[in-house]
Write a new protein. Structure first.
Length: 94
């Protein structure tokens, strides 16, 4: 299996001291669900803070987030604990 998207995500957005473990989990079929789930619940601890552009409650209702989505409506690779959503390529607005 090709894990280029996972590698790119981890190298681009995860703190250096947290990359190895998360990359192992995301690229291991047996550990993938646990890795995605852990990221969902511990994103604040795993993300490189310099990469965060916006945060807070109800982002989808904030005008600046709507503008950001319109300006960056690109195809995104989805990492999700939901089996049917995981590893899908979808437009950012979706």
């Amino acid at each position: 299996m090709n894990y280029n998207e996972e590698r790119h995500f981890v190298q681009s957005f995860i703190r250096k001291n947290r990359r190895e473990r998360l990359l192992y989990e995301l690229t291991s079929p047996e550990k993938r669900y646990e890795g995605v789930s852990r990221f969902c619940h511990q994103a604040g601890e795993l993300l490189d803070r310099s990469k965060i552009l916006m945060q807070g409650e109800d982002l989808d209702r904030r005008p600046e987030f709507g503008r950001f989505m319109r300006e960056h409506n690109e195809i995104c690779f989805v990492l999700s604990p939901d089996f049917y959503m995981d590893e899908q390529f979808l437009p950012f607005t979706e």
